[in-house]
Design a protein around this ligand. Sequence first.
Ligand SMILES: *Cc1c(COP(=O)(O)O)cnc(C)c1O
Length: 388
Amino acid sequence: MDFPYAERLQQLPPYLFAELDKAKEEAIAKGMDVIDLGVGDPDIPTPPHIVEALKKAAENPVNHRYPSYVGMLSFRQAVAEWYERRFGIKLDPKKEVLTLIGSKEGIAHLPLAFINPGNVSLVPTPAYPVYHIGTLFAGGKSYFMPLLEENNFLPDLDKIPPDVARQAKIMFLNYPNNPTAAVAEEEFFERVIAFAKKYEILVCHDAAYTELYYDGYKPISFLNVPEAKEVGIEIHSLSKTYNMTGWRIGFAVGNEKVIAGLGKIKSNVDSGVFQAVQEAGIVALKTDESIIEANRKVYQERRDLMVEGLREIGIEVNPPRATFYLWTKVPKGYTSASFCALLLKEAGIVVTPGNGFGETGEGYFRIALTVDKERLKEAINRLKKLGF
Ligand SMILES: *Cc1c(COP(=O)(O)O)cnc(C)c1O
């Protein structure tokens, strides 16, 4: 029997990393010592006191039953306290906070609650692929907002045609940004809010990287900007802040009606996050800042080492003020794909071709600083031998 895939699967964009994944597998099979700077997944383990909290909570039979759909109130309270401590923002844990099975889950499900077939999402490019794919799965269309270096990788809202804006229901944003490592200031968010009000668009700000910042810079929350809560939500995750990518826990905060809409979808699709993970999440959110500070120091040292190493071989890169990524132009004469293929073949180094995040990423590559300093030094030495 044939099982033809639904159109939404047939519409999925080609997976541009397939060739690179294959080349990487082959290199490893051949015994090559591959340095993987491709994946945005912290190599540092979850702090031990959080792991201990999970163990203890896993032993409590109360946690073996179905969790509450919207998340335990105690977890949502911990989120509200964390937001107040970190950003000075007050949230009602009952109405303005929703627990997610990681931010990816919340982002993917949001369009199901607000997009009708044919509606438009405003989606940055290059970007984390889930904004576009969540829109597709809901029967919507994406209008891509290019993130260009000349605009500090912020979308140019004036370039969005008014008839597109009128059909748009959601605008996705993500600062500090993956993959460009760009940051956004209050002034930009103010313009976003004015735009969203004018065209009645829900803003969904993905804030996964707000805790990975350097050089005394400290990112703001979208909700720090006046009237943000009237137009949207912010999605956050414990993944990058506490090295908990495998745990699958995140949260959405902000506009009550939007939170309730997303909650309606979720209560019909999943049954919430394992309560033991939520208990550990509470402990994480109460974690002493010094642990996160130590994390930042590790990434900052790696960043400095890599920026310096790239400069020595003639690849200019501005040290990012946040995230654990370097977003860098490929040397002259290469495309994103040809350069990344060369690095793998000749130096055993995996980096991500920029066009994999959308066509606007062509001409760039992304380095994830998720390996230790020794491996980064080794990568730099190999690059020096290659020469450009
Ligand atoms: C890593 C990342 C996340 C976090 O995803 P989780 O599902 O919470 O692990 C969200 N958004 C972006 C842009 C990311 O890079």
